[in-house]
Write a protein that binds this ligand. Sequence first.
Ligand code: R5P
Length: 304
Amino acid sequence: MDHPTHTQHREVILAAPGNEELATLLAEEGHDLVKVELRQFPDGESYIRIHGDLKDRDVTIVCTLHRPDRVFLQLALLAHTARDLGAKTLCLVAPYLSYMRQDERFHAGEAVTSSYLAMMFSQWFDELITVDPHLHRWKSLDEIYAIPTYHVSAAPSITRWVSQEVKQPLIVGPDSESEQWASALASALGVPYVVLEKVRQGDRDVQVSGEILTDREAYQPVLVDDIISTGRTMVEAIHLLKEQGFESPICIAIHAVFSDDAEQHILQAGGQCLVTCNTIEHTTNRINVWQEVVSCWKERPARC
Ligand code: R5P
């Protein structure tokens, strides 16, 4: 690397609640993990105190954005507190970047929340690091973010897991958006992939179709998607694979959003096992992407 990187000097790391593990890993690279005190007043408002000197320091806040409406205000307050205490630059490490799926005004009057969030974050932060953001109609985060953004790909970690755990995988993307992940994984593993078609009629109402012509006896299907939310996409893809005579699929997702009883629905539909990356803490986390996040954070170019 021929450009100076941020982490050639000591930075300050702050963990939003629940993000201590990744924050500690970043700090172990020779930086200062500063305690954040965050609690609710009896009326539900947040009390925030940062126990350290931020004046003229480069500061990184670690905050994954699962259940964003709950964490969002605290993140905003934390970022503003850090600025108010003199932070020179602010980097947000958000392993899961939520709100990316509303990337168009599908019906008159709807909010295009992905771009509003990008506008707000671009004002509060100087840089953003995330893992596999849901890029569909937006082709790049640069289309909506005014700050440098870096995204880590979970594909190498998922490739490692599949190559160790699955013999003769057939990678299956349940919809066109998933092709980017399915094709990357299949090409790294040197195995075939297929992409199904999905029509979504409502939050919990999806139809998945497609005919898979591969030899069903020879392959273990592995369904790969970026997000499992209600689980309906996975459930319908499992039904389709089973109807076509395939083995129960292994289901892999990057971000374990899991609304309500999604996990149960997928297992009941016949998913053989459910595996996710640790961008959101969940019992299905089997694929660790922290080292890739740490490397991206360490190697991002220094800001002048
Ligand atoms: C959609 O565009 C995403 O890639 C996922 O397929 C989707 O978010 C999964 O949602 P659900 O689990 O609610 O079907």
